[in-house]
Design a protein around this ligand. Structure first.
Ligand code: ZN
Length: 388
């Protein structure tokens, strides 16, 4: 039986693996698996068939039965390229009451606490099961969790309440917006601009699609927010174009124009309606283009889709976290997380983790010692409940 590490020792180890989303996370997964196994816990890995250098990992401790509490985190971190760091990002450095390092806040601090809690649960003996779920590729569109969630239900008894430990200052965050985005490629037909009526200008054909987003935003902003939507800032679904490129010269009708359109939907709104509304608009513009030249077209590729987290109002995960933290206020966030994906798969889900999202992705990312300790106390209280 190997040594039981402290949460700080585990975090230090996790941070030492530079698991930037584009790179491998296998050394980290290997280490966690070995550590679990050395304490008699069976860890299951889900290797991504499309990316052999990545894997998720999940484990179960306690009675082999349904209804576990699931502690969930992602193992990937955002890059440090071009960021001015005062210390090595992959070495935990303590100064001024803060632990610095890439992922201390988002979210290897929580991962470390979750791993610690599982090993403690194994040694203390618990009456209700506890599970760990570590994903990858969260930072590149939450694409790693959905297959992991399917895989863990095949192997482990299904858990019931999931705590996703994204930094929330240990508050219970019960709702977030959903998000999905499209790459749109408008393919026109090139002619000299003096006879533009015989060509199809991709840039000018993209314009009404982008203006459609402007009009929808204006309409959404003017509408009275309904239900849960009113909790968000802004309290409406946003349509956003963050990138565009197209055209080759001022006197050539542009052959190509590409832009990225993202939607952030408030919980309760069906993303499919937005998807259809946009695609209807695309088909309308495409028909106008093809009336001029049959080769003109618009290709739309969906890039990512993350479901919203719907507040459950008295749901199991929320109730658990409120009991453990004493936080009874209502908190929602506008960024997407894996909590919406767990909820979509039939789990009760809540976000609660140490640290402030404002420090995530920053140079000199840190978690305060105080927040890390608050996370530790949360896990102690959780274990106290599970042994009862
Ligand atoms: Zn995160």
């Amino acid at each position: 039986m190997s040594q039981r590490l402290t949460p700080l020792e585990i975090m230090t180890k996790l941070i030492s693996f530079p698991t930037v989303s584009r790179d491998t996370n296998l050394p980290l997964i290997d280490w966690v698996e070995d550590y679990m196994v050395s304490h008699g816990i069976t860890a299951h890995r889900w290797p991504d068939p499309d990316q052999p250098h990545k894997a998720a990992l999940f484990a179960h401790v306690g009675p082999v039965e349904k209804g576990a509490i699931v502690l969930s985190g992602h193992t990937d971190v955002v890059p440090v390229d071009g960021q001015p760091w005062d210390s090595d990002p992959f070495t935990v450095t303590e100064r001024d009451g803060k632990y610095f390092g890439r992922g201390t806040c988002d979210m290897k601090g929580f991962d470390a606490l979750a791993i610690w809690a599982l090993v403690e649960a194994q040694h203390r003996g618990i009456k209700r099961p506890l599970q760990l779920a570590l994903s990858f590729d969260e930072e590149v569109g939450c694409t790693g969790a959905p297959p992991m969630i399917v895989a863990m239900q095949d192997v482990l008894p299904k858990g019931s309440a999931v705590v996703v430990g994204e930094p929330s200052m240990m508050q219970a965050v019960t709702g977030h917006k959903g998000g999905f985005g499209f790459d749109t490629h408008v393919v026109g037909y090139e002619v000299h601009s003096s006879i533009m009526h015989t060509g199809v200008n991709a840039v000018m054909s993209a314009a009404p699609l982008i203006d459609w987003a402007n009009q929808r935003n204006a309409r959404n902003m003017a509408a009275q927010p309904m239900g849960v939507a009113a909790m968000f800032d802004p309290p409406w679904t946003t349509c956003h174009v963050g990138m565009i490129e197209g055209g080759t010269a001022h006197n050539i009708t542009a052959k190509d124009c590409r832009f990225m359109m993202d939607f952030r939907t408030v919980p309760g709104e069906v993303p499919e309606i937005w998807r259809e509304a946009y695609l209807d608009q695309v088909r309308e513009v495409e028909a106008q283009m093809q009336a001029v030249h049959p080769e003109a077209r618009i290709d739309v590729t969906e890039k990512f889709a993350v479901p919203a987290l719907q507040p459950e109002n008295g749901g199991e995960a929320e109730t658990l976290v409120r009991t453990l933290t004493g936080d009874n206020a209502t908190h929602v966030v506008s960024y997407g997380t894996e909590a919406g994906q767990f909820q979509e798969a039939g789990y009760s889900a809540v976000i609660c983790g140490p640290g402030d999202i404002a420090q995530a992705h920053q140079p000199n990312e840190f978690i305060t010692v105080e927040q890390f300790n608050a996370g530790h106390e949360f896990m102690e209280r959780l274990l106290d409940r599970l042994v009862e």
